[in-house]
Design a protein around this ligand. Structure first.
Ligand SMILES: *[C@@H]1O[C@H](CO)[C@@H](O)[C@H](O)[C@H]1NC(C)=O
Ligand SMILES: *[C@@H]1O[C@H](CO)[C@@H](O)[C@H](O)[C@H]1NC(C)=O
Ligand SMILES: *[C@@H]1O[C@H](CO)[C@@H](O)[C@H](O)[C@H]1NC(C)=O
Ligand SMILES: *[C@@H]1O[C@H](CO)[C@@H](O)[C@H](O)[C@H]1NC(C)=O
Ligand SMILES: *[C@@H]1O[C@H](CO)[C@@H](O)[C@H](O)[C@H]1NC(C)=O
Ligand SMILES: *[C@H]1O[C@@H](CO)[C@H](O)[C@@H](O)[C@@H]1NC(C)=O
Length: 590
């Protein structure tokens, strides 16, 4: 197609706004755009220290693993454009999860069993030390099949080349499976019966399924009679199933547990299991923590975990298709998740890029086993540069102050608030319990309250006409103040983040499981990175990532404020903020 024709297509798309789009694999598909290379890359809102390639579209993290001293991250990538399409497994390596080197794509369509696409999957490091990847291939009939690939050269720590055995696909949809809804194999685990197991995401009718397969030799896989688990939530994408250490279980509870260790009987008694699924219908994820019976291959969520759309999430913002891996170098479980753009497809075409990965997070089970806790991997601290701090500063009702002396556009901010008088907390309506997001919208950052809203305005213009609020509000759960329970809401309000009308800017929120009546303080850490606001409330109990695109609050014009719109005074007991350096982000290998 000549340049004029391209421009015509583009103009048509723009003017009518009704491009022929279809939805496949849950991504809007723009056939006319998916092979239009970005001519230039707009750096305006590009991130500095979040993972992204130099240009074009990315989505799900794939097959993360540690091998011979290197962290590997593969991810869904369109080498030809800034919208979804032409999907391959792009491949990057790092020694520290911070500086990344881009290699050539590791897995790309080359055989009948993946000729129409190489979609998401996982890595398993076999007991022999050999890493294997299992991924979804799209065959000539557009059926989703599961394939395996092995490294060509085990002495190459970069694992540059992968071999796809002729016996692929190793798992094809049988007559009981919808071949258009059968994807994203998990890391495999080994049972006491000497069989490997893995899960594939699927659905039947309105039910999401984690379909279970078993194998003796990693080659011939047989479907189990029942799925490991299912739920009335529509298609399950990107299932993840892994053990977590229990507090008091004889090992440090923050330590990760390798999926491959699952068959160890002594170990099995001191771990719980996590099942996470990504809901195709809502584009959110949820997880439960429970027990796994090796003999019956059944997973049962613990009482108290909601096993549906209202379940606990890793992140209550823009975070999807996540995948964890066990890091043997630091004995921890690390979580990767994809954050898409909140701007429009024409914006992405103009920018020449779309999608980032969230900062990798260490993940562990809380001491009481009621939820998972996440925290940016410790390596992130190595990026901290210029530091400023504030301590014991009271923010009176209706007041705010600016944190000065550093550039906040690419920064890491840790703050702790002490609350003066919790007895004034507003009444909590029990109906709000199931929908914190609606509560946040109703009681956004601009509404005044009693205890809160207080928190940060980030990526703010000097005159505050642009700002994204990350804040808390405290409510009292019943009218009897001597026996009341306090409810803490954490909220992210991007309503005033930009003047750009087209940008998608939902309020994101959740409750924070802290006993604030006892602590009387609450902490917040926010990683700010041009168009990313990634927040960790109460030491990682509630996380919210959001994408925003300020027009004024760019570069040196981005400011950071602390505000209090509640009647009750709060005190910033301490605030530490650092400018963040830019790591080597996917520079091509020499
Ligand atoms: C395998 O990788 C090692 C380490 O990079 C290299 O020295 C060796 O030449 C490679 N072997 C082949 C057959 O490519
Ligand atoms: C199979 O899944 C596809 C994709 O979600 C859906 O369009 C189709 O209706 C499903 N087919 C059946 C028979 O459920
Ligand atoms: C702020 O940090 C500096 C070191 O960067 C330290 O010397 C100083 O005591 C801190 N001030 C407050 C008020 O915390
Ligand atoms: C913030 O957003 C609201 C709702 O869109 C709007 O009414 C208000 O004028 C905005 N405030 C500023 C300072 O732009
Ligand atoms: C408040 O609750 C406490 C403890 O449940 C109870 O002893 C007290 O009578 C209650 N007071 C009122 C006014 O209901
Ligand atoms: C990210 O983009 C927004 C705005 O277009 C959509 O509403 C979300 O559904 C989408 N998220 C995912 C996971 O695709």
């Amino acid at each position: 197609m000549g340049m004029a024709a391209l421009l015509l297509v583009w103009a048509l798309l723009h003017c009518t706004g009704t491009a022929v789009t279809m939805v496949r694999a849950s991504h809007a598909v723009y056939p006319e755009l998916q092979s239009l290379e970005a001519e230039k890359v707009d750096e305006t809102s590009r991130t500095g220290y979040h993972f992204q390639p130099p240009k074009h579209w990315i989505n799900d993290p794939n097959g993360p693993m540690y091998y011979k001293g290197l962290y590997h991250l593969f991810y869904q990538y369109n080498p030809k454009g800034a919208v979804w399409g032409n999907i391959v497994w792009a491949h990057s390596v790092s020694t520290d999860l911070i500086d990344w080197t881009a290699l050539a794509p590791g897995i790309y369509p080359s055989r009948q069993f993946d000729v129409k696409g190489c979609w998401s999957g996982s890595a398993t490091v076999l007991p022999s030390g050999v890493p294997v990847v299992m991924y979804t291939g799209i065959d000539p009939d557009e059926h989703q099949v599961q394939n395996v690939a092995y490294p060509k050269n085990l002495s190459d720590p970069f694992l540059r080349e992968w071999v796809k055995p002729d016996y692929n696909p190793i798992i094809a949809p049988d007559s009981g499976v919808n071949a258009s809804a059968f994807r994203d194999p998990t890391t495999a685990w080994y049972g006491p019966d000497r069989h490997w197991r893995l899960l594939v995401g699927s659905k039947v009718g309105g039910k999401g399924l984690a379909v279970l397969y078993r194998s003796r030799d990693f080659r011939r896989w047989v479907k189990a009679h029942h799925p490991l688990h299912s739920g009335l939530t529509g298609m399950w994408e990107c299932p993840d199933f892994f053990p977590v250490a229990v507090h008091g279980g004889g090992r440090h509870y923050r330590r990760g547990v390798d999926t491959a260790e699952l068959h160890d009987r002594a170990l099995a008694e001191e771990v719980k299991y996590v099942l996470k699924v990504s809901l195709d219908l809502t584009r959110y994820e949820y997880y439960t923590v429970g027990t796994y019976d090796h003999a019956t291959d059944r997973y049962t969520p613990d009482a108290g975990f909601r096993d549906n759309d209202y379940g606990l999430r890793y992140d209550y913002g823009d975070f999807y298709a996540s995948k964890s891996f066990y890091d043997p170098a630091k004995r921890r479980r690390v979580l990767w998740g994809w954050a898409n753009e909140s701007d429009t497809v024409p914006d992405d075409r103009r920018k020449g890029w779309a999608g980032i990965q969230a900062i990798p997070r260490k993940l562990w089970l809380s001491p009481r086993g009621k939820q998972l806790i996440q925290w940016p991997v410790e390596e992130v601290k190595a990026l901290r540069a210029k530091h400023v701090n504030v301590s014991d500063k009271v923010v009176k009702s209706g007041q705010y102050f600016e944190v000065t002396g550093f550039k906040s556009v690419q920064s890491d901010v840790e703050v702790e608030f002490a609350i003066g008088d919790l007895s004034k907390a507003e009444r909590f309506n029990p109906r709000w319990l199931t929908d914190p997001q609606a509560l946040c919208k109703k009681r956004g950052a601009r509404e005044t309250g009693e205890v809160g809203p207080f928190g940060l305005w980030v990526l703010a213009a000097g005159d505050l006409t642009e700002r994204t609020a990350v804040f808390f509000r405290v409510f009292r759960a019943n009218s009897n103040s001597s026996s009341s329970r306090l409810v803490v809401l954490m909220c992210n309000d991007p309503t005033n983040s930009t003047f750009e009308a087209q940008v998608y800017r939902p309020t994101f929120a959740s409750f924070v499981n802290v006993d604030i009546a006892r602590t009387k303080t609450i902490a917040l850490r926010t990683l700010i990175d041009h168009s990313v606001v990634e927040s960790f409330g109460a030491g990682g109990r509630t996380c919210i990532l959001t994408r925003v695109y300020p027009k004024k609050a760019l570069g040196d014009n981005a400011h950071l404020f602390v505000f209090n719109h509640g009647e009750v005074d709060v005190k910033v007991t301490r605030l530490d903020a650092w400018e963040m350096r830019t790591p080597k982000m996917n520079a091509p290998a020499q």
